[in-house]
Write a protein that binds this ligand. Structure first.
Ligand code: MG
Length: 446
């Protein structure tokens, strides 16, 4: 498996495609782009993280940067630290939800966003040309800030808007998958009054299960919720930007509901536009309609959503993969902000998670992927665009092609990282999803 490079950074297999040399090169290139400057550097809990963090620090310092090391932190804590400390940028050593054999780098700009495509391309060019900024004297000493995670958690708790007395003593099971969420999440939940049962709560980076927060990986959490008679189960990924929910019956309710419930929670108190990417469920449109606010749809990728939120003054936004952004905290997906919103909704309504879920219109969904080279992907998209125009369909072509109709929506788009094309649909029932997918596949020649 080769090194995966995208706007948000790099990912690779430790000791194969991802080596300290590669990390030094990217850090030198990013430090060059930043022209020196003050940078915060964090890592998730993977055992290779300290080694790569040292390599990243060396690369940044060699380019004249002043590096503040945060140690093991959640990616949203890094975003919060950048904003709070007015840093020029940040770097987190993490492979997010990828398995333990992986590691990587996430780059954040001075706003806490993944660099825009031009800046990301510039980093790659600097690395390819080896045209690094290299200071020869006046190296800036490493700084350390061990409290960035704590301050992030306090910031999220400080933004609670409802009386959380109803949460006092409420039992919550937290699965931090032995990732970066282990450190500050239990105290955060306790500060809201919850009684926390923590599973996989050692920040060892030895993942007790596959780390992506999907149903098949969260059996232990579902069982623990039932066994402890908890009101809710929370599952974080290793860098704790994503959150999945388990209801009080021990049912995994799907990652799409994290953003849906967070949106309802915020809009019930404050009206304003919301943002989500093109592949996020229509549930957010239904909720926004109830409150009379618009939904801004963006291409897939956290930075696209965050940029749209900043530009339009959104009150909440994110992605259907369990990524919730509260722009008051930082423009980074944040499992703590997501937990806070879900708990506030529970406290304000007195409803159980399953009841809150039942109050949102339910959709069926279908996702397929096809191995496809670039030429074939381009031909497929062109055929779909032509046919949609011929039919006079409602089309969004900002990232692949999404076609919306009264029945539902279907999206065809190329993966940013792999030679595959993804087709996904959402509609009232499975049969409609299947026919939407079958139709677009036949037009696309897949
Ligand atoms: Mg993640």
């Amino acid at each position: 498996m080769s090194l995966m490079v995208s706007v948000s950074g790099i990912r690779g297999i430790v000791g194969q495609s991802l080596t300290p040399e590669v990390v030094v090169e990217f850090a030198r290139a990013y430090g060059t782009l930043l022209g020196g400057g003050r940078v915060v550097l964090g890592r998730d809990s993977r055992p290779s993280g300290e080694m790569f963090s040292c390599a990243a620090a060396a690369g940044l310092v060699s380019a004249g940067c002043e590096v503040t090391q945060l140690g093991i932190v959640m990616t949203p804590a890094l975003g919060h630290a950048i904003r709070e400390g007015r840093y020029s940028g940040g770097m987190n050593v993490t492979a997010s939800h990828n398995p333990g054999a992986w590691n990587g780098l996430k780059l954040l700009d001075e706003l806490g966003l993944a660099p825009d495509p031009q800046r990301a391309a510039r980093v790659a060019e600097i690395r390819a040309a080896g045209s690094y900024r290299q200071v020869r004297a006046g190296f800036r000493p490493l700084r350390h800030d061990d409290l960035a995670g704590e301050r992030h958690a306090e910031a999220v708790a400080g933004l609670v808007e409802v009386d959380v007395a109803a949460l006092r003593g409420m039992r919550v099971v937290l699965d931090s998958v032995n990732g970066a969420g282990c450190l500050d999440t239990p105290a955060f939940l306790a500060s809201l009054g919850c009684e926390v049962i923590h599973v996989n709560g050692e920040p060892s980076g030895e993942f007790a299960h596959e780390p992506e927060p999907l149903a098949e990986n969260l059996m232990q959490l579902c069982e623990a919720v039932v066994r402890h008679k908890a009101a809710v189960g929370f599952a974080q990924d290793p860098d704790a930007d994503r959150l999945a929910l388990v209801d009080e019956r021990g049912q995994f309710i799907g990652e799409e509901y994290t953003l849906a419930l967070a949106t309802r929670s915020v809009l019930s108190r404050r009206r304003g536009p919301v943002a989500a990417n093109l592949s996020t469920s229509r549930m957010i449109d239904d909720i926004a309609r109830e409150y009379g606010v618009p939904v801004i749809r963006t291409p897939v990728g956290e930075a696209h959503v965050a940029r749209a939120m900043l530009a339009s003054g959104c009150v909440i936004g994110g992605e259907g993969n369990g990524g919730v952004i509260d722009p008051r905290v930082s423009p980074v997906r944040d499992s703590l902000s997501a937990m806070s919103q879900v708990l506030q909704l529970m406290a304000a309504t007195g409803k159980r998670v399953s009841e809150l879920v039942a109050s949102i219109p339910r959709y069926a969904g279908l996702k397929k992927k096809f191995g496809c080279d670039r030429t074939r992907i381009d031909a497929a998209l062109k055929a779909v665009a032509g046919e949609a125009a011929r039919r006079g369909a409602r089309v969004d072509a900002s990232d692949g092609i999404r076609i919306d109709s009264a029945d539902g929506w279907v999206l065809i788009r190329a993966s940013n990282t792999e030679p595959i094309v993804r087709v996904m649909a959402e509609a009232r029932n499975d049969k409609t999803c299947e026919s939407l997918v079958a139709d677009i596949c036949s037009v696309a020649g897949l």
